[in-house]
Design a protein around this ligand. Structure first.
Ligand SMILES: Cc1cc2nc3c(=O)[nH]c(=O)nc-3n(C[C@H](O)[C@H](O)[C@H](O)COP(=O)(O)OP(=O)(O)OC[C@H]3O[C@@H](n4cnc5c(N)ncnc54)[C@H](O)[C@@H]3O)c2cc1C
Length: 530
């Protein structure tokens, strides 16, 4: 029997649960052969609602995630970044491996579940000076940053530096903003005794919210409860206030106020990723419009779910017109989609997506929560306990559940660790060594950056379309990569070490920043770059 190839892009709530459900349903035995492949930029599933707890040090980063391969037995998992879709050829175009090699993968059904990205371009300075809260690395970075600020504030002699280090701003009062602020407030309160030179009243926690209330998704009195809880724990909340711009030392609000701070966590400004923008699909409200059956409008067997998709809900005056971008909805959409892919493959009719929310909850940190479950409103310790129990139940994989539960238990009895892990990123400029005969670059790769030969020699074989191969020898001082990066193209040739050689690499993004800011460098290199 010919296999139907289902390619799913994205290993989050939408993608991972679609793959799982499809695999489970198909094993139940309908008369088709499925080949399911899930492509994701990261090889693990992140339970995003737990990220604020990772940022606060309640959970270890590795314990809050589950490897996709563990969750998806019988599904091919490919670690790669999808850069485009060729709808005519029914192929996904992706870059994979350390060397970012271009590949094409065929599909019969394509599922786009790539979520959204932080889009801060409307707020000058925010892209460079604010921290986001979207994935595990963001949470890890925020934890380190807070500890670094506390360490600095404890030793500095300069009052303005101390005030800046001890002012923590969260932009956005939705779920992720409130949960991040709640957890950050708790973490700071718990680690404070270890910093004898910092007084409690020197710490400033500030939340900036554009709406007239925080957690606007919750009924009004639960929003008020959440606001009071945060205020009682020392959080200043500025309502009806927008953010405007940020620098290395401050954030400016829409009403002209400036706050002296090194810490701005942004939880607003979601938008489509570069990949979604590259699709030949007319986006609506920054999302991919789909039919009620979750098929992309006008494209057969191309489906989209989760935060990336604009999903109409059945007409009901008590419901929003479109599915909200939440984990709960993405998981339910995944179930409907798995049914629809199987039904389409078997020539059966499709089901329209509908979901009745069982409730909505927020953890406020400090053992407090706010929730509405099946119409019942719950606050305080009980809501917080329900939040934890519900999330433990929803975590995929028993091993992750146990690890998270143990983390929570230890956190109750033990002090928070203030180990500062420092900057773990590799330096932007570094030396690379190659032995004789080792390959440095192949054709059709995304250039890793700008290379300079420091010592040794290399052979470059250039193969441009419609011309014979051209061989160059690269010696100390020779360089390559700048032109390919400028033209946004893949590499044309191979480069191999002729003897033991040492190269200097300036990484792609860093080199681009340098060349954008310093034009004479481009002039110089355009004369020399191969
Ligand atoms: C801090 C925080 C707290 C939250 N709290 C709650 C909550 O309490 N309750 C709730 O219901 N919702 C909550 N949400 C929202 C919820 O997490 C999202 O609605 C949900 O994750 C959306 O699922 P998704 O599959 O659409 O996207 P995601 O879960 O974001 O997954 C997208 C996946 O696609 C991958 N990807 C993206 N682009 C590419 C590409 N080009 N190539 C390959 N892979 C790609 C990403 O690496 C990722 O694995 C929270 C979100 C955050 C950030």
């Amino acid at each position: 029997m010919p296999k139907t190839k289902v390619v799913i892009i994205g290993g989050g709530f939408g993608g991972m649960f679609t793959a799982r459900k499809l695999r489970k349903m198909w094993r139940g035995g309908p008369g088709i052969e499925l080949d399911i492949e899930l492509i994701s930029k990261i090889n693990y599933f992140v339970y995003q609602p737990l990220l604020p707890e990772v940022a606060a040090g309640t959970l270890n980063p590795q314990d809050a995630v589950t490897p996709l391969r563990t969750l998806l037995k019988g599904v091919h998992v490919r670690l790669a970044e999808v850069t485009g879709v060729d709808l005519d050829a029914k192929q996904v175009v992706l870059l994979q491996g350390q060397k970012k090699i271009l590949q094409r993968v065929d599909y019969d059904h394509l599922v786009i579940a790539t979520g959204q990205v932080a889009n801060l371009s409307a707020f000058p300075g925010f892209e460079n000076h604010s921290l986001t809260m979207k994935d595990l690395s963001d949470a890890y970075r925020l934890r380190n940053h807070v500890i670094e600020c506390m360490e600095m504030a404890d030793v500095t002699r300069f009052p303005d530096i101390k005030a800046r280090a001890l002012t923590f701003v969260v932009a956005g009062g939705g779920f992720s903003g409130v949960e991040t602020m709640g957890e950050m407030a708790e973490m700071i309160a718990r680690i404070l005794p270890q910093y004898p030179n910092i007084r409690r009243d020197e710490i400033r926690l500030l939340m900036i919210q554009w709406d007239p209330r925080i957690l606007p998704e919750l009924p009004e009195h639960l929003s008020e409860y959440a606001l009071k809880q945060l205020q009682q724990r020392g959080v200043e909340v500025w309502l009806n206030t927008g953010i405007k711009s940020a620098t290395n030392q401050s954030v400016c609000t829409s009403d002209g106020r400036s706050i002296n701070t090194r810490t701005i966590v942004t939880t607003i400004g979601n938008g489509p990723s570069e990949f979604v923008k590259s699709l030949p699909i007319q986006l609506e409200r920054g999302r991919i419009p789909v039919t009620p059956q979750l098929e992309v409008v006008g494209l057969e067997n191309v489906w989209a779910i989760g935060d990336a998709a604009l999903i109409p809900l059945p007409g009901d005056p008590n419901k929003p017109a479109y599915a909200p971008p939440t984990a709960q909805f993405a998981t339910s959409e995944a179930n409907t989609l798995a049914h629809n892919i199987l039904n389409r493959s078997q020539g059966k009719s499709l089901k329209a997506f509908d979901h009745k929310s069982s409730g909505i909850m927020a953890s406020l940190g400090g053992y407090r929560g706010a929730a509405e479950i099946y119409g019942q409103r719950v606050t305080g310790l009980l809501a917080w306990m329900i939040w934890r129990m519900a999330y433990i139940g929803m975590l995929p994989g028993w091993a992750t559940r146990i690890r998270v539960a143990l983390n929570w238990m230890f956190d109750y009895f033990m002090p928070r660790t203030i180990v500062y892990m420092g900057d773990t990123d590799r330096p932007a400029t570094r030396y690379l060594h190659y032995a004789k005969g080792e390959n440095v670059q192949r054709a059709n790769e995304v250039p890793a950056g700008f290379y300079v030969v420091v010592s040794g020699s290399l052979e470059q074989v250039l193969q441009r379309p419609d011309s014979d191969p051209h061989v160059n020898q690269l010696l100390p001082g020779d360089n390559w990569g700048a032109r390919a990066m400028k033209e946004e193209r893949l590499t044309h040739g191979t480069i191999t070490a002729l003897e033991d050689s040492k190269l200097l690499l300036v990484q792609r993004q860093d080199f681009k920043r340098l060349s954008n800011a310093f034009e004479p460098l481009n002039e110089l290199l355009s004369k020399r770059d191969s």
